[in-house]
Design a protein around this ligand. Structure first.
Ligand SMILES: [Zn+2]
Length: 414
C-alpha cells in the first residue's frame, strides 16, 4: 500500500470546487507516509449526536411507517444511504438482522475512484443514524477502492447528487442482498384502510411496526427468490417445467403449455407469449416500480397498480413456511397480469402462483434465502400486536416438490 503512494502524485482541480486531491507524500515524509484513516464505527454504540434509533420498534407509532417521505427502501438496497442537507448522511438498515464489516464509499463526479468514508464494525437490525460527511469536516485521508490512500482537502458542502454513495460488506447476509436484481420501491400506505368501502370495513386493515418488520423480511426474501438463477431458468423455460411436471405425474400437460397473457382464453386457445415477451414479463417482475405492501381482513386479498396485499397470517407465519401462493398472485396483479393469464391465475394446471410457491419452498429447504429463521422476529409470540393467534411456524417440504425431485438438493446460489 505504501509503495504505491509514490505513483500517486497528482492533484486535480475539480470544476466548481476549489479543492485538491493530493498525493500522500507531503514534503518531508516521502514514501513513509502513513495514512490516517477515520476510526471504525460501531453503530450499536453511537453518541447521541448521531441520533441513533431503531426503526419499527414494536411500540413505535404506526404513523411513522406510513410516512412515505421517511420510510421507504428499494429491495436491492436494504442498507440505504441518503444525503441530508449539504454535509450529512442518513443511514438506514431495512433488515431484521444486522450487518458486520460494512464500508460506505463516496464517489465524486470528477474523480474516477470510489473511496471509503465510513467503516462500520456493526450495524444493528432496523438501525438509523446520521453522520457528518467527513469531507466537510476537514482535510482527511481516505482508502480508495483500489487500495491506495488519497488525501482530499476540506469541501464546504455538497449539493444534492454532488456525491454518490455505495456500500460493500463481507457479511454473508449482505452478499445475498447484493444478488437481488429486483429494484422495487417498497412503501406502506394507509390510504387503503382509511378508504375502506362502507360495505366491507375489513377489506383492508391498518398494519403496525410488528407487521411491517415481517413484510420487509418477506419482500427481501421474495425479491431474492425471483432474482435467483434457478427461478430465471424455470421462468424462461416454463414450457419445459410444465412438460417435466406432467412426465413426473405420468399425465398429459394440464392446461396451457407455456406462459400466456391477459387475453381471454377461448376453448383452450391461449395467447402464448413469445420468448421476447417472456423475457419482458420477467423484467416486469423485477423493475423499479413502487410496491405498496398492505394487509387485508375481508374476504379477498387484492393487488393491482402499486398495491399488493395479503392476510395477517401470511405476514406472521405463512411466508416462513413458504406459503407464498396468495402473495405471488397479488404481486402478479401488481405487475400487470389479470386472471386470464397464468402469470396470475392458479387454474388449469397452475402457473406462476404454483411454480413460485414450489420454488420458494425449495429455497427454504436449501437455506438459500436471506432469512429463514422466524425466531429473528418472533412475531408469532407478539399477541398484543396481532389479531389472530399463532404458533411458531415450522417449515416442511413436500417430497413431491418438483424442484426437490429435479434438483435433489443442488442449485444453491453460490
Ligand atoms: Zn386475483
Amino acid at each position: 500500500m505504501i509503495k504505491n503512494t509514490q505513483k500517486w502524485l497528482f492533484s486535480i482541480l475539480l470544476l466548481a470546487n476549489f479543492f485538491f486531491f493530493t498525493s500522500c507524500d507531503d514534503e518531508d515524509n516521502g514514501s513513509n507516509y502513513q495514512p490516517n484513516y477515520a476510526a471504525t464505527i460501531d453503530a450499536t454504540n453511537l453518541p447521541s449526536a448521531n441520533k441513533p434509533m431503531t426503526m419499527f420498534e414494536d411500540t413505535e407509532s404506526s404513523s411513522k411507517m406510513y410516512d412515505n417521505n421517511d420510510r421507504w427502501f428499494r429491495v436491492n438496497e436494504p442498507l440505504q444511504v441518503i444525503q441530508k442537507g449539504k454535509d450529512s448522511v442518513q443511514i438506514s438498515l431495512y433488515s431484521p438482522v444486522g450487518l458486520t464489516d460494512v464500508k460506505i464509499y463516496a464517489k465524486l463526479p470528477n474523480y474516477n475512484k470510489r473511496f471509503v468514508i465510513y467503516t462500520f464494525s456493526k450495524i444493528p437490525a432496523f438501525h438509523r443514524s446520521f453522520h457528518q460527511i467527513p469531507l466537510t469536516a476537514g482535510k482527511n485521508d481516505y482508502l480508495s477502492e483500489t487500495g491506495e490512500p488519497v488525501t482530499i482537502d476540506k469541501i464546504e458542502g455538497f449539493s444534492s447528487g454532488g456525491i454518490e454513495f455505495s456500500v460493500e460488506s463481507s457479511d454473508p447476509l449482505f452478499v445475498k442482498f447484493k444478488k437481488i436484481k429486483s429494484s422495487r420501491l417498497v412503501k406502506f400506505s394507509d390510504s387503503y384502510h382509511l378508504n375502506n368501502p362502507a360495505d366491507d370495513p375489513n377489506k383492508y386493515l391498518p398494519m403496525n411496526p410488528v407487521l411491517a418488520k415481517e413484510a420487509i423480511t418477506m419482500i427481501i426474501n421474495f425479491s431474492y427468490a425471483i432474482s435467483h438463477p434457478l427461478y430465471y431458468d424455470t421462468f424462461m423455460n416454463f414450457d419445459r417445467y410444465k412438460k417435466e411436471q406432467a412426465a413426473t405425474a405420468g399425465t398429459a400437460i394440464n392446461g396451457a403449455l407455456n406462459w400466456h397473457g391477459n387475453a381471454e382464453d377461448v376453448d383452450g386457445v391461449y395467447d402464448y407469449l413469445t420468448k421476447t415477451q417472456i423475457e419482458q414479463a420477467y423484467t416486469t417482475y423485477i423493475d423499479k416500480r413502487q410496491l405498496n405492501m398492505a394487509m387485508v381482513g375481508g374476504g379477498s386479498a387484492w393487488g393491482g397498480g402499486a398495491l399488493a396485499s395479503q392476510w395477517e397470517s401470511g405476514y406472521v407465519t405463512g411466508h416462513w413456511k413458504g406459503e407464498m401462493s396468495v402473495w405471488s398472485h397479488e404481486y402478479s396483479h401488481h405487475s400487470g397480469y389479470s386472471h386470464s393469464s397464468n402469470l396470475a391465475n392458479s387454474g388449469e394446471g397452475g402457473g406462476q402462483q404454483e411454480m413460485l410457491t414450489h420454488f420458494y419452498k425449495y429455497l427454504i429447504y436449501l437455506n438459500d434465502l436471506p432469512f429463514t429463521d422466524p425466531e429473528i422476529l418472533k412475531t408469532y409470540t407478539k399477541t398484543n400486536y396481532l389479531t389472530g393467534t399463532y404458533k411458531k411456524p415450522v417449515f416442511t417440504i413436500d417430497q413431491k416438490n418438483p424442484f426437490l425431485l429435479k434438483y435433489k438438493g443442488e442449485g444453491k446460489w453460490n
